[in-house]
Design a protein around this ligand. Structure first.
Ligand code: ATP
Ligand code: MG
Length: 302
């Protein structure tokens, strides 16, 4: 079964933070204080809850995909220079064997409190908002669009990254300027749209639609550069659909045959009223999710 909780005792490292999915460590001896070890677990979250059980192999699949994308993209990223070693698991003195394949050594950045969301297709919360107001994050759209339709052009719809325990909230571009200043807000938007354009074109060549995604950026204190951080273009941070199914399916659901967490979200939405503790995921859902995550990696990178 996928690990839902695991020990954060790690010789040489001090545990500093656990998000819903990843655990962050700093050097225990205070050296290289600009470096973080980010360990992806098999935990899966939906509707802001960590679910049980986890998805076996998920931490490794998502780390592999993230490292692959960082390598494809022509933007400064937070990986320390020897990330190839991280990817191949050769950094064994640094990364303990039990974290092999699902850990990244990264530069600790001053993170911007903005989740940089780009949507190329209308679905999820965007679709709900469209039904209510014919707009997405306040941006007006043409009438007559359906769930899953391609948007006239990709939209940048930032969200405020709320401190731990609070919910992120969608904000306008103007509000993102209030948070980080005009120059940085503009740079975050332009970088996000450029990366989405590059990544979605690449994915499409491999028969996969990148429907939407979320980036996080930080500033590298040493260079001043805005730097791509966190995980990138994974099936946790993105919606990926099968392009063939999209082109041929007769139903809206069939169109959006996903390689991402939507499988879990859909099951949970149908089997839980979102009060109290979420139910255990059935084996079939766990296995299907793991299989689709593996298939995405193969399609994109093979
Ligand atoms: P939350 O931060 O709300 O718990 P989360 O559940 O998404 O969000 P995880 O994704 O599990 O958290 O944990 C990763 C954390 O590490 C995020 O808070 C992310 O912003 C942060 N992070 C990623 N890359 C860097 C970096 N290079 N420097 C500093 N922090 C980073
Ligand atoms: Mg996160």
């Amino acid at each position: 079964m996928g690990r839902v909780s695991e020990s954060t005792d790690l010789a040489g490292w001090k545990h500093v933070y656990s998000g819903k999915v990843r655990d962050l460590y700093e050097r225990a001896d205070g050296s290289a204080s600009d470096t973080l070890l980010v360990v992806a677990s098999d935990r899966v979250s939906a509707f802001d809850h960590v679910l049980s059980p986890g998805i076996p192999g998920k931490g490794e699949l998502l780390t592999t995909l993230s490292l692959w994308w960082f390598d494809q993209l022509d933007v400064p990223n937070h990986l320390v220079a020897d990330h190839e070693l991280t990817a191949s698991g050769e950094l064994t003195e640094v990364i303990p064997p039990r974290f092999a394949g699902r850990a990244m050594l990264v530069k600790k950045l001053e993170m911007f409190p903005v989740e940089c969301v780009v949507r190329g297709y209308l679905t999820g919360s965007g679709w709900k908002e469209y039904l209510a107001s014919q707009s997405v994050c306040g941006i007006p759209l043409p009438e007559g669009l359906s769930n899953g339709d391609r948007l006239p052009e990709p939209l940048y719809t930032p969200a405020y990254k709320a401190p731990m325990g609070e919910h992120d909230e969608n904000i306008s571009f103007e509000q993102s300027i209030e948070l980080v200043g005009e120059a940085d807000a503009t740079a975050l938007r332009d970088l996000s749209l450029a990366i989405y354009a590059e990544a979605s074109a690449l994915a499409e060549k491999r028969g996969v639609i990148l429907a939407d995604t979320k980036f996080e950026f930080g500033r590298d204190a040493a260079t001043g550069l805005i730097t791509l951080a966190d995980e990138v273009l994974t099936s946790d941070s993105s919606r990926y659909w099968d392009a063939t199914a999209y082109a041929t399916a007769e139903t809206a659901e069939g169109r959006m045959a996903s390689f991402d967490k939507q499988i879990v979200r859909d099951w949970l939405a149908a089997n839980w009223d979102q009060t109290g503790t979420p139910p255990e995921l059935p084996n079939s859902i766990v296995e299907k999710t793991a299989e689709r995550y593996r298939e995405l990696l193969t399609r994109l990178t093979a």
